[in-house]
Write a protein that binds this ligand. Sequence first.
Ligand code: NDP
Length: 335
Amino acid sequence: MKMQQIVVRSLPEAELRPDHFEAQEVEAPSTGDGEVLLRTILMSIDAANRSWMQGATYREAVKAGDVMATYAISEVVESKSPRLSPGDIVGGEGVWAEYDVRAAHKLQKLPAVPELSNLISVYGIAGKTAFHGLVGVGQPMAGETILVSAAAGSVGGYVGQIGKALGCRVVGIAGGPEKCKWVVDELGFDACVDYREAGLGKAIRAACPDGVDIYFDNVGGAVLETALFAMNERGRVVCCGAISQYDSGAPSGPRNLPGLVVVKRLRMEGFIVMDFARDDAKATRALQHWVQSGQIKVFEDIVEGLENAPHALIGLLAGDNKGKRMVRVAADPGK
Ligand code: NDP
């Protein structure tokens, strides 16, 4: 059986471009003992995909010649393992390809929910990263002010909505007036400031008259540097990611470190969502409650077709997504 896949032709030295990828038609892989053949349904498109091309992170690096790596939700079509049967829906490490073979024990069997995309967005990596980062690392208290960057993105959008549900004042940072308006009108943030406009520090101070108690940082670089100036004493800086640095040949960092951390007695802590796996059930219960009560709205940005995956990732890095971006490779079973 023939299938389509997308390979990393060469690694980017700075900005990621479509010619760094190549679509190929190849023979679908065959299964060995303990393995399953998977039909890819949805692929998560994450800023992290780009950082994997920079070198090893919390997972091994993606190299030139590799089929591009991803998190995928798939249907088991053939099984040589007693753990899984044809028709089962699973999530796990995958690749940009119509079919994939994986060891059954490395896959997580997923519940048959009406919209599988929710298992990538609100109940998947985006919602869990937001919950664990804000609740587990940031430890917000009602009445505090939370500032969050990439606020119209998948993680940032949930951070703000969770913050509101917990009784905090929430201010976003996003690119462009249209996105900022959307963050306030649709996601319910108290305010949102445009980092592409001059005077970001002044705008943050105006939107956060009582200062910032928690800064949830998705971007690093100049925005992090500016946000640090607005922190209150004993504030918490949740380091979730550094998207401003992933597509750059010349990384830049905040110049006010460690000075401001010392003077303001800040706690600056990074985390990886998997660190909190023991609390995943708690996160899912809380997120379900907020979705059912209408306190969290689910925004998904689904790009159709495997062949559009390179553009979906390049566009995410340029900020053309609202909500959780993913690529649909095949329809949900039963639809
Ligand atoms: P998003 O859906 O948030 O999309 C990324 C957004 O980042 C874009 O829409 C864009 O919005 C914004 N952006 C892009 N470049 C810049 C820049 N130079 N400065 C400021 N903002 C920029 O993507 P993800 O949800 O995949 O990722 C968000 C962050 O969360 C990333 O840093 C990622 O690495 C991190 N992450 C961390 C995890 C963890 O376990 N620690 C797990 C998952 C994600 P705009 O138009 O506003 O610029």
